[in-house]
Design a protein around this ligand. Sequence first.
Ligand code: 3UK
Length: 509
Amino acid sequence: ELQFPERLNCATELLDRWVEAGQGDRLCIQGEGLRWTYADLQAQANAMAHVLVQDLGLVPGNRVLLRGANTPYLAACWFAIQKAGGIAVATMPLLRCGELVQVIQKAEVSHALCDERLIAELRSAQAKCPTLRQVLLFHSEASDGLEARAANKPGTFRNVDTGAEDCSLIAFTSGTTGKPKGTMHFHRDVMAICRCWPPHVLKPLPEDVFIGSPPLAFTFGLGGLLLFPMTVGASTVLLEKASPEALLAAIETYRATICFTAPTSYRVMSPQLGGHDVSCLRRCVSAGEALPAATRALWKAASGIELIDGIGATELLHIFISHEAERAKPGATGVPVPGYRAVVLDDAGYVLPAGQVGRLAVKGPTGCRYLADDRQQAYVLNGWNLTGDAYCVDVDGYFIYQARTDDMIISGGYNIAGPEVEACLLLHPSVAECGVVGQADEARGQIVKAFVVLRAGEVASDALVQALQDFVKAHLAPYKYPRVIEFCATLPRTETGKLQRFRLRENGP
Ligand code: 3UK
């Protein structure tokens, strides 16, 4: 059981603590040519907190929209909000006006801090958002921008004495269907994720240099690229653009040691590793979607590093099933992270024995609290979080991912998990990326359809279709083979690297 004091502010714990301990000179954040120590970040956040309180009239409990690509300034804004007792509502940089309106209305946002380069969509949203009283630009040279205002403010600030159960952030799910859901997380939740997965699984050192692609608006990025390095006094590199190519180059430039990104990014980086010196890397973390065994093998062969897989969810804030690098099992996500329990349930809610596929249920120090949303009842049952994933447990207690429960393909009475067929196709030397979905079929209800991106130099042909079908039949139960294969140049993915199966089902690639 994790214990927290009744009063707790995550900015005090993660940021101020280091300065108070005489470690303010340690390197904390790099990016955009900046190199901030812990003391630098603290001074920035303190001055910004004064701006929030004095100039914008922020009071504890106000919800503050944050909008920007990953930069040191965005991180300083995040901590300024925590210091002032506000609630951070970070948004993905690519969100459009309509999506911003939904977030602002749902979270009753009163203040916004927005990177000047992303202001256009927010300005159009503002007209439809009466709760939004104050919008301040950061990363800006404007005379009334955040930097200009912060320049006249003191570098010290007395953090608001927040309660451990006061809300620290509202994270929105990247939901592919329905309206976006806001998930509330308390200051103690922020500290809880820092005490579970990092010390037991990642085991970072104070010398580590973290890097990666997920936006800080995605809790995978917030934890991996900001909270976790600061838990041990390590440093982080925030990249505004983190395409696989840019990430690879940055790993080399910054001599990064711990990398966070999605499986697809490891697949794209693997063949390009030869052109870079990435001997600095010691840990690589994959999350966001299932890690196929072929991708684990590809990255290991290219870099020598065993990927650490982990399943997390916005509802649970961070990773709850994972494995230490030394305990990797190809095809398995891992075991419950210390602090969490996980079981696989049948439809009636009974725990299933090893080998049987059912619904994943998770319980731990963090959990789902949807903001004013009746979908809460469906996600949490008797304290167990139902993530919407189909899993089975093997005889060693490892959790094996199958599919999102609503992505299971039912063909001719068989249940088929698309990701299993994808993992198989990825073992074929011609395949770079693939997505497998169900296609409506009169005779079978659904049939298995694969969208395949070929590796450089490979050519699409009927013979290759046949070869891929035979390949699947030889590795998996033959009824799982894709009856239709369509070749394409790219697959539709979210900003977080997730395959958008609904788009494949509806419109194809
Ligand atoms: C899927 C995975 C298999 C799974 C996230 C790490 O992805 C994160 O949060 P989201 O709310 O999505 C949650 C859903 O994504 N998923 C994520 N990781 C894996 N499936 N293997 C994995 N390793 O369907 C899950 O229910 O966007 C990931 C940390 C924080 C996060 N928020």
